[in-house]
Design a protein around this ligand. Structure first.
Ligand code: HEC
Length: 266
């Protein structure tokens, strides 16, 4: 049995530490640019091996459904996604019931007419407005964007959405807001056409989580992150397995190397 020389061991440790460090910074967001105030939050799903918090996704969906859905669509999501692994994982009965609450346009029927029917799990989420113009007309000329990929479309998505929800602060005295606009410290330019959608006690939580603006903001951000990246958990699990594979492979290669060199005189 030969000893591993200690400098070698040190080198191995240093390489292992570097790999772990690189893996941990990979999930750290960059610093905010400009004057938008974006608060960094701790998310269960961040980092290379992060997973969603099932309860948080379910609460976030409730916030979306009861508040945001009045103005914002989620057209890339289907009701069945709510029951799939890696998401809120609602039971199939719950998914059916949620789908059935939606009025889905279908047709044409035998007479050539379009008609509405209760939604099915395979249907996509129904957007609140028939088209962009209708959406603008109902919102003072501003268009409430579809939120399907919002968490990926904006830099530091979940942190940004959290900060946007919690960023409705008192308007500074020296700022003249345009009509219908609200002051928001996270929005570029600080004037947003969306009035504060959330406040304490806006949505009833049934799992004991405190019904606060803070919690709503976190939960809706996590839910929108899942909506934008439903395969996040699968990806992280694959990454984890790949790391294990690499570690085993490195060990085997090391043993092979020892074997090959064992008979040779140094
Ligand atoms: C009464 C309608 C209404 C409701 C309810 C509403 N919004 Fe909005 N939202 C808007 C409008 C209008 C805009 C466009 C604002 C602008 O461009 O100035 C907007 C913009 C946004 C944006 C995009 C900001 C950007 O960077 O462009 C996000 C994210 C957002 N809303 C999230 C939410 C969430 C989450 C909820 C639910 C908690 C919600 N909204 C509820 C009307 C609404």
């Amino acid at each position: 049995m030969r000893n591993i020389a200690s400098p070698k061991r040190k080198l191995l440790l240093a390489v292992a530490a570097a790999v772990l460090y690189a893996a941990s910074v990979a999930g750290t967001p960059a610093k905010a640019a400009g004057e938008q105030t974006i608060e960094t939050q701790k998310w269960s799903f961040s980092g290379p091996f992060g997973m969603f918090d099932r309860g948080q996704l379910q609460r976030g969906f409730k916030v979306y459904k009861e508040v945001c859905a009045a103005c914002h669509g989620l057209r890339l999501l289907r009701f069945r996604n709510l029951g799939e692994p890696g998401g809120p994982e609602f039971s199939s009965a719950a998914v059916k019931a949620l789908a059935a609450e939606a009025e889905v346009q279908d047709g044409p029927d035998d007479e050539g007419e379009m008609f509405t029917r209760p939604g099915r799990p395979s249907d996509a989420f129904v957007s609140p407005f028939a088209n962009k113009n209708a959406a603008r007309a109902a919102n003072n000329g501003a268009y409430p964007p579809d939120l399907s990929v919002m968490a990926k479309a904006r830099a530091r998505g979940p942190d940004y959405i959290y900060s946007l929800m919690a960023g409705y602060k008192e308007t500074p005295d020296d700022l003249e807001l345009a009509e219908g606009m609200s002051y928001n410290t996270a929005f570029p330019g600080h004037q947003i056409a969306m009035a504060a959608p959330l406040d304490d006690d806006a949505v009833e939580y049934t799992d004991g989580t405190a019904p606060t603006l803070e919690n709503y903001s976190k939960d809706i951000s996590a839910f929108l992150m899942w909506a934008a990246e439903p395969k996040l958990e699968e990806r992280h699990k694959l990454g984890f397995r790949f790391m294990i594979y690499l570690i085993i492979l490195a060990g085997l290669l090391y043993l092979v190397k020892r074997r090959v060199w064992a008979g040779l005189k140094h």
